[in-house]
Structures are given as C-alpha cells and as structure tokens.
Write a protein that binds this ligand. Structure first.
Ligand code: FAD
Length: 485
C-alpha cells in the first residue's frame, strides 16, 4: 500500500535505506575490517574515534613527530560516523558564532585568523589528497547559499553585511542576482545567492578511506571494532602507569595523551552524556540524471548548494551525475540515542524528495536510490572546541555543528600541535580551550530541540507564503537556542 506523502500524493521512498551511507555502496562496500585491539598496550598518543578528526590528528602527529607510537581505537570502522555519511561539502564555513569566539582572549583578530585558516584548509586537504594519492572526487567549485523566498533573500543581505563587517571582501563572498545564479544553476524560484569560492565537493567515503590508509602507511596503528568504554585521566606522575587510559573489553591503552574524537557519539561515554548533543541529519541521493535533466539544471561548476531556510537543505552534484541532498529529519532522539547503521525515517525520505523536486523540477521524477542519516556533535553554545590538558593528559576536538569536513582537518592539526607543546599559528585560534556549558538533562533537552524545530518549520511555512522578512518565530527560536547566524 502506498502511504500518503507529507504534501499529498503517494509517499516517496528510497530503494535502499541505511547501510551507513550511499557513499560506501558507491565505492563498492565497506573496506576490509582492521583487527581489534590485541590486548593492553602502551603508546605515546591514543586517539579515540576513527573519523576525520581522529585520523587528521594522527596524520599530523606522524608528520611532525614520526617516532611517536600513535594508536587509533575505533568502535566500528574508520569512517563509520559522520565522516563517511556527510554531504561532502569541504567548506570553510565557521563552525560557530564569530561574536562568541571573539569573547575569548584573542578577541576579533583571532576570529579573523580562524576564518582565514579555514579557507586555507580547503586547499590543505586538496594538497594532502594529491600528495597521498587520495582520489576523493574533489572539485573546488565553491559554495552557493541560495534564497528562494523574499525572507531568505533578506537574510542573505544581512549575512553579507555581517561578512563585510568581519573583513570578508568580494574575493571571499559575493552576492549573485537572479540572472547570475541561473547562469550557474537553475534553482526553481531562486531569487539570488551568496557565492564563496572556498568550498570543494568531495565523496566522503573515498576521502576517509584514503586518509585512513595514508595514516596507516605512516605507521599509525588503527584498531577497529574496538569501542572504548571509559577514558580515565592520568595522575600527572612520571611513572609508566600514571598516564591516562582508554579502556576497552580487549584491554587498556595507556598513553601520555588520550584524545577524544567521538563527535556525535560522545554521549555514550561515561561522564560525557551532556557534552555534545547528537543532532541528526539525513540525506537522499537520486539515480544518475539524464543529460537532458542536466541541460535544464546547469550546475556545471559542481558548487555545493544550500538554501537559506531555517530548516535548511544542502546538496551536491556527484561525480556520476546524481543529486545528493540532505536536511534535518527528526532532529534529535530522546536520551541522545543513535540511529541503527544510518537508517532514516520514511517521512524524512518523503520530505527530502519533495524538497528536491521543488528546487530542481527536472529531477522530480528521478528514482531515489538511497537514503541514510547520521549524527553530528552540537555543543550547547554551537561553537567547536579543541582542548588539551597536560596535567590529566586528556584532549578532545569536535562540536563542529555540521561544518566539520574541513574544520576537522584544522582541529586535528591543532590538536597535534598542542601535543607537541610548541606554539604555532593554530594553537592561538579561538576554539583552543573554548568551553561550552553542558546540555540540559532530559526531558528538557528533547523538548527544547523539538520545540525549536517546530518553531523553525512554522517560520519556513510562513516565509514560503511570501512574507518579506524573517518570521518572528525563527527569531524566538534563535534566541532560545543560541544558534549563531
Ligand atoms: C548527514 C550528515 C551530513 C553532513 N554534511 C556535512 C557537510 O556537507 N559538510 C561539513 O562540513 N560537515 C558535514 N557534516 C558534519 C561532518 O560530517 C562532521 O562534522 C565530521 O565528519 C566530524 O568528524 P569526526 O571525526 O569528528 O566525527 P565522526 O566522523 O562521527 O567520527 C567519530 C568516530 O568515533 C567513533 N567512536 C565513537 N565513540 C567511540 C568509542 N567509545 N570508542 C571508539 N570509537 C568511537 C565512531 O564510530 C566514529 O567513527 C554532516 C554530518 C552528517 C551526519
């Protein structure tokens, strides 16, 4: 029986749902599983989590200090988390609020520096891909934030004004009118866009697989199917057993430093339940579109494309001519529980399918090949953190709020610098040592997030009717949540 969809008509469904993500299926399935931790051992640095953050940290540690024994412990397999499921925007977008970072000791200059270093990070990832022979389908086509309603257009103008105040010139971000936008890509009802050149499209599973292989080639030991059950701080002494420990059912890794890179999964670790909220994001991908459809859509530049709705969508044109499009389904599961291997709800598949058809009518009838979801880590103040406490030997990086593909490279590089203990331009960035308060306990946490998205969806519906300014409902939502704009 076909179920009614969210906007009438039969519900749109996907051929595959879950299996971690389409990106893994597209690259021919999961990579061969690496062995689990063979038993207790000691290392110089132990990294918990084999996503981009953990792997980039390991990569730069070995680049600067080849003699270190570096061990990565991964609960499933490298790239199982958001790093193998994301929208493939290698974006220089700031993970957090400029104003909030500017309250740190480095002030405004440190924020300008973070913006600049994030832009350079897009090229740094491309450089490593070239140097390590990683084919990640990387195309630096830039990023388009598109407005499809007058209220969204108003927000783009506000954003541009703020960007200019924060030192971004025409080279970093420019406004495109309706005609300039449609010369690049025909988005139905596209009224204008902001264009930034500092973004590349990637195939996430290809990047994370290539990076894990490069890290392993450099001598890092990656143990998979090895969930860490507890992280114990070191006592600060000089003896061999005084360092911090990562505990697993197979044994413990004792090291000088234990670095947590568990992002949206962090709540499962004892003592970390309220540190990062696991926010869900879901994606669908179409079958490869016909040449005629691409003629109608354009999109020759492979820009990453997002809209400016409060519950926004993000999309990419894949290497093999599909559209992959993502957005917020059910935003958060009660008690910070997680999805099962990326299976997403049928309602979310239907909603994303309709957004696809609305924005790209030429793709409206395309088969939806695959749907999946994943979690990203959201700190209470929506600003990312890189920390290392030399006394306990514990460190962490994450909380990128959905902008972590490039940021995890810079954060991992920074964490490696902090381990080395010498100041670098990265160790003065405003997210170093940044602390956010913890999330509210349940049921407040669930009620707050679901209430927020109810407000945002209502605001989008009002704006879709043609309102020419941002709905006050969304402003209330922003004020309650502290989400930066
Ligand atoms: C659907 C989706 C779309 C997204 N799109 C974009 C995008 O287009 N651009 C962008 O910039 N960002 C995007 N993001 C966010 C981005 O993917 C993440 O910020 C980034 O991948 C974070 O990398 P990470 O290594 O910190 O976390 P993850 O990739 O989640 O890695 C954490 C790893 O830790 C492991 N782990 C967890 N707990 C333990 C434990 N106890 N013991 C051992 N291992 C453990 C997990 O298995 C996992 O492999 C998206 C996220 C999602 C979910």
């Amino acid at each position: 029986m076909r179920m009614p969809g969210t906007s009438g008509g039969p519900r749109l469904t996907a051929e595959h749902n879950g299996d971690v993500s389409f990106w893994w299926r597209a690259r021919g399935g999961f990579p061969p599983r690496r062995p689990s931790l063979p038993g207790s051992l000691t290392a110089d640095v132990c990294i918990v989590g084999g996503g981009f953050t953990g792997l980039w940290t390991a990569y730069y540690l070995k680049q600067s200090q080849p003699g270190l024994r570096v061990v990565v412990l991964e609960a499933a397999f490298a790239g199982f988390g958001a790093s193998g499921r994301n929208g493939g925007w290698l974006t220089s977008a700031l993970p957090g609020s400029r104003d909030r970072y500017a309250r740190g000791p480095g002030g405004r200059d440190a924020v300008l520096d973070l913006q600049r270093q994030l832009r350079e990070t897009v090229d740094e990832v491309a450089r490593v891909c070239a140097a390590e022979g990683i084919d990640a389908d990387l195309v630096k086509g830039g990023e388009l934030s598109v407005a499809t309603t007058p209220a969204q257009l108003g927000r783009l103008h506000e954003e541009l004004l703020s960007d200019r105040e924060w030192g971004l010139g025409e080279k970093e971000v420019q406004f495109l009118g309706q005609a300039e936008l449609s010369a690049r890509v025909r988005v139905a009802n596209g009224l204008g866009a902001l264009y930034s050149p500092d973004c590349a499209r990637i195939q996430p599973a290809k990047l994370v697989t290539g990076l894990a292989d490069a890290v392993e080639r450099s001598g890092v030991e990656i143990y998979e199917a090895t969930p860490v059950t507890r992280i114990v701080p070191g006592s600060g002494g000089a003896g061999p057993d005084t360092g911090p420990r990562a505990c697993t059912v197979f044994g413990d890794v004792t090291a000088r430093f234990v670095l947590r890179a568990t992002e949206g999964f962090t709540a499962r670790l004892p003592g970390q339940r309220r540190t990062l909220l696991p926010m869900n994001s879901s994606m669908i991908v179409t079958e490869p579109l016909s040449e005629a459809a691409w003629q109608e859509i354009g999109w020759a530049g492979r820009e990453a494309i997002g809209d400016s709705a409060h519950v926004y969508m993000y999309a990419q044109r894949t290497e093999d001519g599909r559209i992959a499009i993502g957005g917020r389904g059910i935003p958060y599961r009660f008690g910070s529980t997680l999805d099962h291997r990326g299976t997403t709800q049928p309602e979310t598949v239907d909603t994303l399918g309709r957004i696809l058809g609305r924005l790209f009518p030429a793709a409206a009838g395309a088969r939806i090949d695959h749907a999946w979801c994943g979690v990203l880590g959201v700190p209470r103040d929506w600003c990312a953190t890189v920390t290392l406490d030399r006394a306990s030997g514990l460190g962490a990086a994450g909380g990128y709020t959905g902008h972590g593909v490039a940021a995890s490279n810079l954060a991992g590089h920074t964490l490696a610098d902090l381990v080395a203990g010498e100041p670098t331009p990265r160790t003065a960035l405003p997210w170093v040592g940044h602390r956010a308060r913890t999330w509210e306990p349940e049921p407040l946490r669930w009620t707050g997030v679901h209430g927020l998205y109810t407000l945002y969806r209502a605001a989008d519906r009002i704006e879709d009717q043609g309102a020419d300014r941002t709905s006050p409902l969304a402003r209330i939502g922003d004020r309650i949540s502290g989400i930066p704009h």
